[in-house]
Design a binder for this molecule. Sequence first.
Ligand code: 3PG
Length: 400
Amino acid sequence: IRYIDDLQLTGKRVFIRVDFNVPLEGRRITDDTRIREALPTIRRALEMGGKVILASHLGRPKGADPKLSTVLVAEKLAELLPKKPGDKHEVIHADDCVGDNVRKQVNDLKAGQVLLLENLRFHKEEEANDEAFSRELAALADVYVNDAFGTAHRAHASTAGMVPFVKEKAAGFLMRKEIEYLGDKVLRNPQKPFVAILGGSKVSDKIKVIESLLPKVDALLVGGAMAYTFLKAQGIEVGKSRVEEGDKLALAAKLLDTAKRLKTPLVLPIDHIVCADLEGKGPVKETPDQVVPVDMMGLDIGPKTRAMFTQRIRDAKTVVWNGPMGLFEVAKFAEGTRSVAAAMSINKDAITVIGGGDSAAAVEQMGYADKMSHVSTGGGASLEFLEGRELPGIKALETK
Ligand code: 3PG
């Protein structure tokens, strides 16, 4: 893979695919991390004398939808782009991503200017990876840069289809950082001991990650609702806890067998925080052991488990974490997730990587994000990456 600073950009039209798919509440961007993380690449392209064209999707629109216009992102970017707080950098917004008007706007661009295209997904051809649409996007570019790690698991026109039609291609700095941490420092050359922590609600979402990590890690710690499927598969009473029934129980049993065969500890919670109510109304209790009372739900890992996980994390040299330990959105069930974040943040000798999605949101919200070696901007993309799969957006940069 080539990187942006391997290229000559002076006077060139630099098309940068970014992932500006930020969470919105009405017209407010509630988390601008993905925009901030793309700044180093955008700034470098400008410093190198490029004419910068930015393209992203936002949400999952069915056709053009003003609520999902990238115009909001353009305003935010104009604030964030200057290095001095308070300054603004002009960000021109195009009201489409293809067509005559956009071509004209691109041709009028001067070195140092930034043009943000309208939401790529306003055209169904983006997700269909349509060739004619890919060629139209490619016609806007002298150079293609992909910095959209969060969308690298999608084979869409802007992440894959257009790439062969542009003369030069490279990855941006965010893409490089994600590949360096998730790829080199976690999957390929982890310092040992290497501990992975997986949580979230479903085992079925994590099967491939578990299979990919089990042979590599020294221990796999499991929390969140998925732990109850594993416990139930071992015949332990889990009360009214959320479990995946049927074949997922057999699958959990199989994963436990695989761990045993590999002699890799797959560590399940040894106690829980339980309640009969998801919002924590009614009594909240700690269980003395792995058993959940029949009328209760396990909603977080208990204090003994927190201490055990903390110790494992403190002894590790590489830690990767994906998925919360409990229903952390409710304060009474957030302690398990907080304790994992805290233990990771304290271990300064370790490479600590948050594999995106809910755990990244939790770490951000709880104020630990700056203390990690890396917080991935990918949700689905980081999971697929950790599964060991080839991501189309990265593959497109590799091929000749
Ligand atoms: C994400 O947020 O995971 C990426 O931006 C991809 O979005 P998608 O799941 O709608 O393709």
